[in-house]
Ligand binder design. Structure first.
Ligand code: HEM
Length: 490
């Protein structure tokens, strides 16, 4: 009888034979009222270092298993390290999935008087912003229509590199290529978003403030991560990290505001070309949105689309350099399908199967977003536990995607494993998240990555110089070393 009532009241899995355990039964570090597990943190008498977030997740798993409770102040988190538990968690997503909000960004928005954007809103507001954005940001046909513009941007990258070659030499060393990748990612996304060229990868035409803008976006991600993963002193006192975060953010909002404003002014002169900005402005009223909301959305895309994509390409170049046989195999495929063609088409992309395996494998090994989350909006069964509404479920993607349990020789770079993708548990690699709230820029990012890799591989054999990179602290898990490359003309 009790079990039947439970099944009706809560989201309970019918197959569970025994009574459910409670949230309090979930293993985890000792927690005290109000402070939670503060005394388990380094600097407070404990051993855990939240700033080393990936290691923190892994150590927590090794101490407590695949479902772990972690409380800090009034926030209750449950870390999940098993794809089947994550599958159960996503079942609760519904029409308006709630992802845990990034508190430093919330404070910043409040201070600067900015309304919540897509990545930082919940409920009905999120649903409206998302349904305004989905048709131009997520539909495959819409993304393919951006291909000609993206081709143009990728060609500019090659022109930039070619200028570095001396007439007599067939190899060059390119230092800090990661900065070029961030500029490239900004150009891709701004070109698509509002048909406004910033000429980020053209040294002669590049707008003066673009270098500072990408540096500020990078600082924004690093400091947002540092603030998020440290005790929230910054909520009450402007710490050094907070000051750097706020300064970088102010610059980003000022500059992107200017670009969007200019693009807005130019809309009537853009030769009828369809841009995301134009699309949003036409449809905003139908979705109950204002011009300010549209500006917020565009800024969100510009920011979310730079360090994420640049980091993914950074790791890809590293993986291909350190696995020359795989780089050769990829080149063979590109050569066969695309040859020397300068214009990459939908047909080419459809045929480049190995390229897609290479990209998936690199994202598996180095998920640039190391964990994702959902906030439970009702009491829910996860595994053997009944977890109350309001708890944050944290999905430990980077742990699972490198686990021998789900991937043979898990730490080796083996794109061939994706040839039999159906055999891979779909919840074991969630580089772009899942469901209605998954990354809205996924297809745009993938297309940018494919194009960049095709153009680079067509022209050069890449060779990484330097030591194996470690991880930089931040919202995006990026390498802690600059990308220095030797590029050899083919
Ligand atoms: C390799 C590149 C990228 C990776 C790995 C990545 C990863 C992610 C992940 C894991 C999420 C959370 C999804 C979830 O909660 O289920 C997300 C959300 C988001 N991403 Fe990306 N992303 C990338 C590129 C981009 C690009 C290029 C853009 C914009 C053009 C973008 C815009 C966003 C936005 C706006 C959200 C919030 C969506 C929402 O809350 O509805 N991302 N991304």
């Amino acid at each position: 009888m009790i079990k039947k009532v439970c099944q009706q009241v809560f989201k309970v899995n019918n197959s569970t034979p025994n009574a459910l355990k409670s949230y309090a039964d979930i293993p985890g570090p000792r927690s005290v009222p109000l402070l939670g597990s503060l005394f388990s943190l380094k600097g407070f008498g404990g051993e855990y270092n939240l700033l080393e977030f990936r290691d923190f997740q892994d150590i927590l798993q090794s101490h407590y298993g695949n479902i772990v409770k972690w409380e800090l102040f009034n926030q209750k988190n449950v870390y999940l390290y098993d794809p089947d538990l994550i599958r159960q968690a996503f079942k609760t997503d519904g029409n308006t999935p709630h992802r845990s909000l990034l508190f430093p960004i919330l404070k910043l928005h409040k201070k600067l008087g900015i309304k919540s954007t897509l990545s930082n809103s919940q409920g009905e507001r999120w649903r409206k912003l998302r349904s305004l954005s989905n048709p131009c940001m997520a539909r495959p046909q819409a993304i393919l229509s951006y291909l000609p513009n993206q081709n143009q941007v990728a060609n500019e990258l090659i022109d930039l590199i070619e200028q570095k070659f001396h007439t007599t030499s067939n190899s060059i060393t390119y230092h800090k290529f990661d900065q070029i990748l961030r500029l490239l990612a900004l150009e891709y996304v701004s070109e698509i978003a509002f048909d406004k060229r910033l000429y980020c990868v053209d040294e002669k035409k590049r707008l003066a403030d673009v270098d500072q803008l990408v540096t500020c976006i990078n600082t924004f991600f690093i400091q947002a991560g540092r603030l998020l993963f440290s005790p929230p002193v910054w909520k009450y006192y402007p710490t050094k990290d907070w000051v750097e975060f706020e300064q970088a953010s102010r610059y980003i909002y000022k500059k992107t505001g200017e670009y969007i404003h200019n693009a807005y002014e130019d809309l009537s002169n853009n030769h009828g070309k369809q841009t995301i900005l134009k699309e949003f402005l036409v449809r905003k009223d139908k979705h109950g949105m204002s011009t300010d909301d549209v500006v917020g959305l565009m800024t969100d895309f510009l920011m979310a689309g730079v360090d994420t994509t640049a980091t993914a390409i950074h790791y890809l170049l590293y993986d291909l350099s350190t696995n020359p046989a795989i780089q050769d195999k990829l080149y063979q495929e590109i050569n066969q399908v695309v040859g020397n063609s300068g214009e990459i088409t939908e047909d080419h992309l459809n045929k480049l199967k190995y390229l897609k395996c290479v990209v998936k494998e690199s994202l598996r090994l180095h998920s640039s977003v190391p964990a994702n989350s959902r906030i439970l909006t009702e009491d829910t069964q996860i595994g053997d536990y009944l977890i109350p509404k309001g708890v944050v479920l944290v999905f430990c993607n980077s742990f699972i995607s490198k686990s021998e349990k789900y991937f043979k020789n898990a730490t080796s770079f083996n794109p061939d494993r994706w040839i039999h993708e159906k055999e891979i548990n779909p919840y074991a690699v969630l580089s772009f998240g899942f469901g209605a709230r998954m990354c809205i820029g996924r297809r745009i990012a993938e297309q940018e990555i494919y194009l960049t890799m095709i153009k680079l591989m067509q022209k050069y054999r890449v060779e990484y110089i330097g030591e194996k990179p470690g991880l930089k602290i931040g919202l995006v898990a990026a390498p802690n070393r600059p990308l220095d490359l030797n590029l050899h003309r083919r």
